[in-house]
Design a protein around this ligand. Sequence first.
Ligand code: NAD
Length: 508
Amino acid sequence: MSALKTSDKILVVGAGAMGGGIAEVAAQAGHIVYLYDMQAPMLEKALKAIRKNQELLVSKGKSLPENARNVVERIHCIDRLESASDASLAIEAIVENLEVKQSVFRKIEEILNANAILATNTSSISITAIASKLARPERFVGMHFFNPAMRMKLVEVIAGIASSEHILSVVYETAKTWGKIPVYARSTPGFIVNRVARPYYAEGLRVLNEGALDIATIDAYMRNACSFPMGPFELMDLIGHDVNFAVTNSVFNAHYGDKRFAPSLIQQELVLGGRLGKKTGQGFYDYKEGALALRTQTLDAKDGHMAVIASQNNPMIGGILDRFSAAGIRVQYEDIPPNQIRIGDSVLALTNGGTATSRSAEGKIQNLVHIDCALDFALAKIALLAKSDQCSQVNFDGVAGTLQKAGYQVSRIDDIAGMLACRTICMLANEAADSALQGVASIEDIDIAMRFGTNYPKGPLRWADDLSLKYVFEVLSNLSKHYGEERYRVSPLIQRKAISGDYFYGAT
Ligand SMILES: NC(=O)c1ccc[n+]([C@@H]2O[C@H](COP(=O)([O-])OP(=O)(O)OC[C@H]3O[C@@H](n4cnc5c(N)ncnc54)[C@H](O)[C@@H]3O)[C@@H](O)[C@H]2O)c1
């Protein structure tokens, strides 16, 4: 299928944060763009922002002055939709309201010719519902850009119940020629990104709610040990709690109150109190002038050991052993359970999704300390540990000190099930797996969407494969057993693949 040609004209309706960016993307790709907004000053404001951004690209050597001038000249601000009657594609980015969008599209449908494609940038409204009032719903699709549209690569191309395959593929190919990375999705609540990302916020909020770890250390761990671009709290502060809470509520309500998506009371409290994040000067962090930065919690230096005993089978914590060897700590291999290291008479084990306390009791493991998942233990700056209640403080300190000798900053989280990163990554994979199972999008497209719509370091399904689905299943089962809540029910797809020894992508 072919993309639109640069000679095709594009209508962008709504010149706010998204519409302005989308107009710039289309103009940069060579199209004449009609930009319409019901508030004339918004057009001027959008044009000013586009001019400024183009100048910035020139000053950084990413564009030539002539190109930048052409981009701005290709954007025609119009004061009535009728002036865009020869547009081949209309992209709407107005207020997030079903009735208003339906009425604007009815008008667009009357003005544009019968072959024109109609697309909405909605983040949360059903594509099927918007299209339902059109005479020709088959030419209507979702074209979901991410903020800021010029910089974010992802575009979700979303099918409503009536969208034609042909129109979907034209929009997909057009997004590609605009330098974007498109993925296909079905019209379901939150589409791909806004659904699959929910656990990133939810698990951080749960850890905080249980008083297991402070905000700054949670953010630092997710950034420095797992390579997420931002921790959950700083990210929610940036998005704005009103927006983030509204998206969570919308996904929750759209799933008929499925507890999996239940919003957090902590976040509701921030919204009620007007602490919406960076934009109001206060959220989880205080952004007001003179405010003190929150300190992360790091353990003081402890005495460590210079020899450890490791399992011969350490697929997931081998990076720690490499760091031990590099620091002159002798590693001796013996026949002990996988992903465990004996340090003195303590056992350091990768969390299994339960608490260290229950694992210690059930497995009769003396002095058990859990370590949280990291993207790569060989590179992680921080190690996060949980002490089982049965482990003595001296033993815990010996484990922490040994990790410190290997260059890790060590922080301690209270002994909660699945710690922090482990439960977050496994829950992201769980949601991604359910989305794949329910036909929201393909396995590949879900991972692409999460990498380019949120800049996660890995797609959650690839990450699950790398951790091994057997491990992810064990973690989720233990979380489910521990909490007994619907939130932690295991995706049938993960369950099945883990039992049959299958992967999402095949063995790496
Ligand atoms: N902001 C984001 O991060 C983001 C990301 C992806 C998608 N979206 C979606 O994009 C759409 C726009 O969001 P935004 O953040 O750009 O909003 P915004 O408030 O910045 O801009 C909306 C613009 O639409 C105009 N408008 C409202 N009703 C109109 C009408 N009937 N006719 C013409 N113009 C009208 C307003 O004057 C305003 O300029 C929404 O559907 C939103 O869900 C937003």
